[in-house]
Ligand binder design. Structure first.
Ligand SMILES: Nc1ncnc2c1ncn2[C@@H]1O[C@H](COP(=O)(O)OP(=O)(O)OP(=O)(O)O)[C@@H](O)[C@H]1O
Ligand SMILES: [Mg+2]
Length: 363
């Protein structure tokens, strides 16, 4: 079992004066293993950047501790910390060449000219910046500027590499290819990384662990598949991917399954939560791909197709239930399924193994 290499202990930051103070980061605990890439994911204003800046030393915590490799870095100024940050806006020096930008930190550290030259050219080769050393940032594309900014951080050989939405200024296609490159590079070099994003797809594809944040608190920490398949609560379920929520009541518990009743019809789900018992109120989290529209039948939940959109590889349906609730449904390989049109009555069957039950949050 790998040890935690980076640790946040009851880390908090409040802003504002007197009766208007609030915790932008509200006493969070987090451990990151050596060589892992962890993303902080959450809506705007949930405290991601503030957390990252406390790790880097740009913000002073109100309370709590940041430990790197077992040592508290609280009293170490940012330029002396074993961290380096890649910024969203690249923050390159506009009047310096690519080489000088990357060499800057090493020069401040007073490394010998030979070492500077060797390290800068090694990192430029690694990141695919060959032959660009004499250009100025304005002579580079956005993607190239982003790479220079990554090279400038990595050349310092930090113990922890920090990314704050590094791809949000790139167009959609470049974002996808660049994030794959970042991941490959991070794994090859084995550098422990914390990556901030509000883009859930980015978080899912990059991370060993995803930390879902909301209002300064951590809602859940897990692998991408844990977070998607077993969200800890409604917030996580709704924030990661699309989710339909069905308020139900438990009617039967077996070794493997929990049967719930939804509008008088039974739905079976895997028994992840051993505490649930008969008569408990629960919410079924059904992903759009876990619901199959079929011909209506007595034991299926019934609805009317309110909308159907054909996407080639997928058919998207909106189905309205008798209580007015609209379910989002995605059917892959639509040519292998019965297709329905707006106004058709359908029965809904559920892929039981991909359903997830949450205890009802209403008290
Ligand atoms: N220097 C500051 N003074 C006062 N409030 C601040 C300061 N910095 C951040 N905040 C507030 O703290 C909260 C968290 O901000 P933070 O920048 O960490 O959010 P974020 O999760 O990075 O959001 P985004 O996705 O929009 O970048 C916000 O409500 C923000 O307005
Ligand atoms: Mg931010």
């Amino acid at each position: 079992m790998k040890q935690n290499y980076l640790e946040l202990k009851k880390l908090a930051k409040s802003f504002g004066k007197e009766d208007e103070t609030f915790f932008a980061v509200d006493h969070i605990d987090l451990g990151v293993k050596e060589g892992d890439l962890v993303t902080l994911l959450g809506p705007s204003g949930c405290g991601k950047t503030t957390t990252l800046r406390m790790i880097a030393g740009f913000n002073t915590p109100t309370s709590g501790d940041v430990l790197i490799d077992g040592t508290s870095v609280n009293n170490i100024p940012p330029n002396k910390r074993p961290t380096a940050m890649v910024f969203q806006n690249y923050a390159l020096f506009p009047h310096m060449t690519v080489f000088e930008n990357i060499a800057y930190g090493l020069r401040i550290r007073k490394e010998s000219p030979e070492d500077v030259k060797r390290k800068v050219s090694d990192i430029m080769n690694l990141i695919g910046l060959e032959n660009l050393e004499d250009r100025q940032p304005r002579q580079l594309s956005g993607g190239q500027q982003q790479r220079v900014s990554l090279a400038r951080a990595m050349v310092m050989e930090p113990k922890v590499l920090l990314f704050d939405e590094p791809l949000s200024n790139l167009d959609a296609k470049l974002r996808v290819s660049t994030r794959l490159e970042i991941r490959k590079l991070q794994q090859r070099v084995g550098i422990t990384s914390v990556y901030v994003t509000h883009d859930q797809e980015e978080a899912m594809t990059l991370s060993d662990k995803v930390v879902v944040m909301n209002r300064g608190k951590i809602e859940q920490i897990g692998s991408p598949s844990e977070i998607y398949s077993h969200p800890a609560n409604r917030f996580v379920a709704g924030f990661i991917g699309k989710a339909n929520f069905l308020e139900s009541v438990v009617v039967e518990v077996t070794d493997e399954q929990i049967i719930v009743s939804y509008q008088g019809k039974n739905i079976a789900a895997p028994r992840w939560d051993k505490k649930l018992k008969v008569n408990d109120k629960v919410v079924v989290v059904a992903r759009p791909e876990s619901i199959i529209p079929e011909l209506p039948s007595e034991d299926l939940v019934e609805g009317i197709v309110a909308n159907s959109v054909y996407f080639g590889s997928q058919m998207l349906y909106e189905v309205e239930l008798p209580d007015g609730k609209i379910l989002q449904i995605e059917v892959a390989d639509p040519q292998y399924h019965v297709q329905f049109e707006r106004g058709h009555k359908v029965g809904l069957s559920f892929k039981d193994r991909s359903l997830h039950l949450l205890p009802s949050e209403e008290k």
